[in-house]
Each structure stands twice: as structure tokens, then as C-alpha cells.
Design a protein around this ligand. Structure first.
Ligand code: ZN
Length: 216
């Protein structure tokens, strides 16, 4: 159900109140031992906002957010740690096992695979392609590449979408940067550029454009 206008106003009011909290106070709330070393989630529940809102405000206050492992250590020390739900003896089945209905055939298959020590998908063929936005190598099961190509994550995909929309005639800046870095001090000849085009998924136009800018 979408949030009602009143509900959204109340949320925004809460966030505005949190934004008024000083960095010193945030430090007390989150980092001081007297504050109880609450997790980001605990603070979020206390203030009735999303986890990411608290995290954003902590970062804005110049504070470091504890890693999961650090928070876990503190939770254990303070006796607040609850073991995650797992099936006794078969920790690999985990929460999924608890949540999947008893009659679901996938349960039977998972248990059979576990007994035989098989890990489906672990031996699947994988391919590596350059990311369409930044050129970094992306390794996946072939079916997990999108139609548009390979991307590190949604962020890279979104950057390319925006780029194609507003600057369709310009080269992709990160690809150019990757080519330039890999080329190093070598002259921008076709002989040197060709293998890089494949490695970073650059177009010939992009490579030629770079060669032009590098010409003395
Ligand atoms: Zn990328």
C-alpha cells in the first residue's frame, strides 16, 4: 500500500528533526560507550525512520559507521546478539529453509543436494565481459548478463542509460580513462589500441578519439 500523504508528511517531519541533531550529539548517540553502542538499525527503529536515513545522517555528521563484524562483536559483548535462524546441523540451508513451505519441492531437492555434497550453480560456466559503463571485468553465469550487456551493478547501468540519453555522441568517459591508463606511455597506435578495445569493450570511435587527443 502506498503511504498516505499524512504518513509521508509525518516521515518528512521526523527526518527534519533528525537533521537538526548536531554532529556532537550523533557521536554521543552512536559512538559513546554510555550510549550503548546501538546499531544503525536500532537507531532507525528508535527514531522511526529507515536504516539508510540514519546511516546517511551519521556520515553527514562526519562519523564512521561500524562494519557488520564490529557491530556484531559489540552486540555479543552486550548480550544482545541473537543467532540468525538456521536449521540445526545444516547451517547452509539457513533462513530460506525456515521460510519455504513444507510441501515445496525445492526443499526436498535442497536437502538431497546437501546430502550428496552438491552445490548447484557452483560449477556453472561463467563468462567475463567488460562493464558497459566503466570497463571493469564482470564475471557471471551467461544468463545473468542483461540484454543491454554487462554491468558491475545497477549504478553502472543507470549511468550508461543517462549518458546515452543526454550525450549520445560523446565517448563514455570511464572507458576513455581506462584506455588511457592501460595505454600508459605507449604511443596511441592501432597496434597498441586494438587489444585494449576488446578488453574494455570500447568502440573503435572511442579509441580513435583518444588517439586524436593524445597526438602531439
Ligand atoms: Zn561498471
Amino acid at each position: 500500500m502506498p503511504p498516505s500523504p499524512e504518513g509521508r508528511r509525518a516521515d518528512l517531519a521526523r527526518v527534519a528533526e533528525l537533521k537538526a541533531i548536531s554532529p556532537t550529539r550523533w557521536r554521543e548517540l552512536y559512538w559513546s560507550a554510555a550510549g550503548g553502542s546501538p546499531s544503525v538499525h536500532a537507531l532507525a527503529v528508535r527514531f522511526g525512520v529507515a536504516d539508510r536515513t540514519v546511516k546517511r545522517l551519521l556520515v553527514a555528521a562526519g562519523l564512521r559507521v561500524r562494519t557488520y563484524a564490529e557491530q556484531q562483536t559489540l552486540e555479543r559483548r552486550r548480550g544482545r546478539w541473537k543467532e540468525p535462524a538456521t536449521r540445526p546441523g545444516n547451517p547452509r540451508l539457513g533462513i530460506w529453509w525456515e521460510e519455504t513451505p513444507k510441501h515445496d519441492p525445492r526443499r526436498k531437492r535442497a536437502l538431497a543436494n546437501l546430502k550428496r555434497g552438491r552445490r548447484p550453480g557452483k560449477n556453472r560456466r561463467r563468462e567475463t565481459k567488460p562493464c558497459g559503463w566503466c570497463g571493469a571485468p564482470v564475471t557471471r553465469i551467461p544468463s545473468q548478463f542483461t540484454i543491454a550487456g554487462a554491468f558491475c551493478d545497477r549504478s553502472c547501468a543507470a549511468f550508461l542509460t543517462a549518458h546515452m540519453r543526454y550525450n549520445p555522441d560523446r565517448p563514455r568517459p570511464l572507458i576513455i580513462e581506462a584506455l588511457r591508463t592501460a595505454l600508459g606511455t605507449r604511443p596511441p597506435t592501432w597496434e597498441h589500441l586494438e587489444p585494449l578495445i576488446e578488453r574494455f569493450g570500447a568502440t573503435e570511435e572511442e579509441a580513435l578519439l583518444l588517439a586524436d587527443t593524445l597526438k602531439p
